[in-house]
Write a protein that binds this ligand. Structure first.
Ligand code: S3P
Length: 447
């Protein structure tokens, strides 16, 4: 796990050309779920392409602390999970420390709400500020003995439910488009009596639905007038399987933006996950006139994947379609850098969820862009960014991996040096980011 108190800096230098052929690490969402479902499955699950980032290692360590034997990741990023079935977990001896990972705490709150033992989860200073009432409230409706701190932040604490009891199935209309909340309720539904269902107000990533299906757990998905409804009946079994984790489109987006804003060059990014619930950044960057071609489309492990070819492009500002917001929710910091390099104004609205990510990403990005002399206006639920000339300066990433990587990429179009502080958490999602960035033509120095 990275030491969040240590300050790493990435000092960027000017580089004009981005080119090459790269593979980005495995998808974070799929890697988390592979450990969770593999642990609860009957039999041995083999995972390939696992992301060895701190967030996914936190999930792995939490299941190890509950008695699951997990091998790897080895150098090829293979992981073997010796599942013990739905009732195979044992009580952790101490509070589970899940570092920086919102996905771990929210999905595991659902998975663990129906266990008979007590547990506690908390994380680092960034995670401990993030909202957990959004998962605690529906879990209480299901009869879980669960709570968060008074202001709704971690620790999340459960006393467990009585031996022989189960949770109660509910229908839940999600108040916000959140895959983490949807997944939390559905995973609790595995331990509930009857059918638990969730309706989402906007399309969110569907890795939980896909991967549960791959583990043989029945999941029903329907379109309703209120939005997509996902239902799950408690009490079925997960059966071990082989999971191929695709490359993370969220990590690939930094390189898509790098390739587009570079003065010249062509970059190929291989084996990128193309799940339709994740491709908002591609839609947005293409609308901004980005030359992105999707080639070699194929299926791998129940998820669509493809290679992405990126060419340097004259970008233009756009009004971002609100429908693309949940489909690009993690990619906005990188998209804001594309907007800063585009001709004209890019406007984003309907994105208030960005304020409760690893940092307040609207404010953190606006502060950084202003430091580099880019004109932007902040709104409660979005931002207007006027494309211009990035200059030089010192950026606070607020321990947020995606803020750090976005400003690292921005150096391609800056007139001087950019120093980015608090970069340790890049290791949560993209441990080899600096190496890959330098391989394609950037000049980043870590110290
Ligand atoms: C995730 C869902 C998203 C995303 C996060 C990973 C997941 O959060 O931001 O990085 O794996 O389910 P929300 O669903 O809360 O928007």
């Amino acid at each position: 796990m990275s030491q969040v108190n240590k300050t790493l800096t990435i000092t960027t230098g000017l580089a004009g050309k981005v080119s090459g052929d790269i593979i980005v690490p495995g998808d974070k969402s799929c890697s988390h779920r592979s450990i969770m479902f593999g642990s609860l499955a009957e039999g041995t699950t083999h995972v390939s392409g696992f992301l060895p980032g701190d967030d996914c290692l936190a999930t792995m360590n939490a299941f190890k602390a509950m008695g699951i034997k997990i091998e790897g990741p080895d150098e090829q990023q293979n992981v073997v999970i010796h599942g013990k079935g739905l009732r195979g977990l044992t009580a952790p001896q101490e509070a589970l420390n899940i570092g920086n990972s919102g996905t771990t705490i929210r999905l595991m709150s659902g998975l663990l709400a129906g266990q008979n033992f007590a547990w506690q989860m908390a994380g680092d200073s960034s995670l401990n500020k993030r909202p957990m009432a959004r998962v605690v409230e529906p879990l209480k409706l299901m009869g879980a003995n669960i709570s968060a701190a008074e202001n709704g932040t971690p620790p999340v604490i459960s006393q467990g439910i009585d031996e022989g009891q189960t949770l109660t199935a509910i229908h839940y209309d999600l108040p916000m488009a959140s895959a983490q909340v949807k997944s939390c309720v559905l995973l609790a539904g595995i331990y509930a009596d009857g059918v638990t269902s969730v309706t989402e107000p906007g399309i969110t990533r569907d890795h939980t639905e896909r991967m549960l299906t791959a583990f043989g757990y029945p999941v029903k998905v329907e379109d309703t007038s209120k939005g997509k409804k996902v239902s799950i009946e408690g009490g079925h079994q997960l059966t071990a399987c082989d999971i191929q984790v695709p490359g993370d489109i969220s990590s690939a987006t930094f390189f898509m933006v790098a390739g587009l804003i570079a003065k010249e060059g062509q970059l190929t990014i291989r084996n990128v996950g193309m799940n339709p619930t994740r491709i908002g950044a591609i839609n947005i960057l293409q609308q901004m006139n980005g030359d992105l071609s999707i080639i070699n489309e194929r299926m791998a492990g129940g998820e669509p994947v493809a290679d992405v070819v990126v060419k340097s492009s004259p970008l233009k500002g756009i009004d971002i379609n609100e429908r693309d917001v949940p489909l690009a929710i993690d990619e906005f910091p990188a998209i804001f850098i594309a907007a800063a390099c585009a001709k004209g104004t890019t406007r984003l609205r309907g994105a208030e969820e960005l304020r409760v990510k690893e940092s307040d990403r609207i404010q953190a990005m606006a502060d950084g862009l202003k430091e580099l002399d880019i004109n932007c206006t902040v709104f409660d639920d979005g931002i207007d960014i006027v494309g211009g000339q990035l200059t030089s300066g010192t950026i606070h990433s607020h321990d947020d991996h995606r803020i750090a990587m976005s400003f690292a990429i921005s150096s391609l179009r800056a007139t001087g040096e950019i120093q980015i502080l608090e970069c340790d958490n890049v290791a949560t999602s993209f441990p080899n980011f600096v190496t890959l960035a330098n391989q394609v033509g950037l000049t980043l120095n870590q110290s």
